[in-house]
Ligand binder design. Structure first.
Ligand SMILES: [Zn+2]
Length: 273
């Protein structure tokens, strides 16, 4: 799942290339991912130019001239490609826009679980899931705001973080990284966390993502649909030594997903209820 670091770098990349470019041709290859909330894609989009590119949590927002926007929720396997028009169209390509500079903007999605919305600007906030997003992980929000946002959530802290309502932009991988840096057991219930632990989670969220943006920015190049994750400390590194204490990293499957953590640096007990 693309998370804030990859999407942030993709937004920077597209922000330097897309504004001012017109859509000269539009093709929907996999209609199941497309949601048009007024006029239908593809015909209505042709002739419009890109205006601005932004990210909110794990959503991408691409605004067009004439008061329309593309809102992309890539979910598990979605991604954007910006490639020369002559480059081979992969089987996973769902939407293809030809651009006035001879490049293509393509939405690719192996499992077609993502959603690609074409909406008038005044309906952007009605895109499912978008308005419920909490403050973005890269926004500078205070510890008090973070604590206030946590009220009403009682589950395990990792699940709370990945839902996007308290902090937006964090998925399975970066939740593991943040909790490792904060030294917090991922399955600890929100109510059992001390003020000090919450303070560390709040601080480490932004730090971990900022560090990752820097790593991804240096190495992503033009393959903005790729997920560079090899520099992570614990996520998907089960059995490898913990970078802090050398103990083998634990990798287990719980709640239908992989969680990686260090038993020594993030002590806690897995309680089943
Ligand atoms: Zn450790």
């Amino acid at each position: 799942m693309p998370e804030a670091p990859e999407l942030q770098v993709a937004v920077e990349f597209l922000g330097e290339r897309l504004p001012g470019q017109a859509i000269t041709e539009a093709q929907v290859l996999k209609p199941s991912v497309v949601r048009s909330l007024a006029e239908p894609l593809p015909d209505d989009a042709v002739g419009r130019e890109f205006v601005a590119i932004a990210r909110r949590g794990k959503f991408l927002l691409l605004s067009l001239t004439g008061g329309y926007s593309l809102v992309i929720n890539p979910k598990l396997t979605g991604g954007i490609q910006f490639v020369p028009a002559k480059q081979r169209v992969l089987k996973k390509t769902c939407v293809r826009f030809s651009l006035s500079d001879g490049n293509d903007l393509r939405y690719v999605d192996d499992r077609q679980m993502g959603q690609f919305y074409y909406v008038p600007d005044d309906l952007v906030e009605t895109v499912p899931g978008l308005a419920e997003q909490g403050p973005d992980v890269l926004d500078d929000f205070s510890f008090d705001d973070f604590k206030a946002g946590l009220k009403g959530f009682s589950g395990e802290i990792k699940g709370v973080l990945t839902r996007g309502r308290v902090i937006a932009g964090i998925g399975n991988a970066y939740a593991d990284e943040i909790l490792f840096r904060a030294g917090v057991y991922p399955f600890k219930k929100r109510r059992a966390l001390s003020d000090d632990e919450l303070r560390r989670i709040h601080q480490c969220s932004r730090e971990v993502v900022l560090d990752a943006v820097e790593q991804v920015r240096q190495r992503m190049g033009n393959q903005i649909d790729h997920k560079l994750r090899d520099f992570l400390a614990v996520h998907n590194k089960g059995g490898q030594p913990c970078p802090q204490c050398g103990n083998a990293i634990t990798k287990l499957r719980a709640n239908q997903r992989i969680t990686s953590y260090c038993r020594r640096c993030q002590p806690g007990m897995l309680l089943r209820n």
